[in-house]
Design a protein around this ligand. Structure first.
Ligand SMILES: NC(=O)c1ccc[n+]([C@@H]2O[C@H](COP(=O)([O-])OP(=O)(O)OC[C@H]3O[C@@H](n4cnc5c(N)ncnc54)[C@H](OP(=O)(O)O)[C@@H]3O)[C@@H](O)[C@H]2O)c1
Length: 236
């Protein structure tokens, strides 16, 4: 059984990944979410496959929550084969992180902290679990909006946060302290979720199945790469 931790697994892409891994039948999924008591979709899934899904309280911005979650994984599984850093925020509309003239340092910082800093800190907390894993992989769920080459003049904080996440993935990939752990960064595509919105071009099922295939095929030769959900490579 593959042992997998997914952050932000109560809805959107994170939930879809949890659902598909549970359906595949050969995984023990640790589904991180901020408020398990309100994670109805995960609770339903756990009701169908209690032996393959563990719902974990995990706020990626809270050091105590991260420590408690990793202790629980250590006690019940002893290792992790896959960490998916999926939790993220991207406030919509005229938010004070997006547009020149209305930027606020607090709002910009909150997005960078949640999307980039937290993914790095969660990865650090999982390092010994990953060291004990089989073909251990860290997957950063990034965005094409983090690509330098594809940048347009909007969404300052979100673009900065995903560019920082991409750099974290590159450093993790080549850090001797992370030897043996394959880290990649991945764009899930434009997906119909709360964040992606109704106009998005992909259903979560399509993005999720692409991501599962991609993650399943990762080896050390892939470390430090920036992938699209369908397995093609993206420009930095
Ligand atoms: N949808 C797209 O088109 C798209 C495109 C490119 C990249 N992405 C990336 O894909 C990832 C998932 O996006 P999505 O579309 O599924 O978004 P979503 O539907 O808005 O879901 C975001 C998830 O992140 C969780 N989260 C936010 N802050 C958290 C925190 N501090 N601790 C733990 N969990 C937290 C949310 O939990 P709560 O329910 O508690 O808020 C929720 O489970 C994000 O990293 C996003 O940037 C999405």
């Amino acid at each position: 059984m593959q042992r997998i931790l997914i952050t932000g697994a109560n809805r959107g892409i994170g939930f879809e990944l949890a659902r598909q891994y549970v359906a595949a039948g050969d995984a023990l999924v640790f589904a991180g979410c901020r408020t398990p008591e309100r994670a109805e979709a995960l609770q339903d899934l756990a009701g169908q496959a209690a032996d393959r899904l563990v719902i974990l309280q995990l706020d990626v911005n809270d050091a105590q929550s991260i420590a408690a979650a990793t202790e629980r994984i250590a006690a019940s599984a002893g290792a992790l084969d896959i960490l998916v850093n999926n939790a993220g925020i991207n406030p919509r509309g005229a938010h004070q992180s997006s547009h020149m003239g209305s930027l606020s340092a607090d709002d910009v910082s909150e997005i960078i902290t949640t999307n980039a800093v937290a993914a790095l800190i969660v990865t650090q907390a999982c390092r010994s679990l990953l060291n004990a894993g089989d073909n251990p992989r860290v997957v950063m769920i990034s965005s094409g909006m983090g690509s330098m080459q594809r940048t347009r003049g909007d969404s300052y904080a979100y673009r900065m946060s995903k560019a920082a996440m991409n750099m974290a993935a590159r450093v993790l990939a080549f850090d001797a302290a992370m030897a043996g752990i394959t880290t990649v960064t991945v764009n899930p595509g434009w997906v119909r979720t709360d964040m992606g919105g109704a106009d998005a071009v992909l259903e979560p099922e399509e993005s999720g199945s692409g991501l599962l295939a991609l993650i399943g095929g990762l080896t050390e030769a892939d470390k430090g790469k920036f992938y699209q959900y369908d397995g093609s490579e993206l420009p930095w």
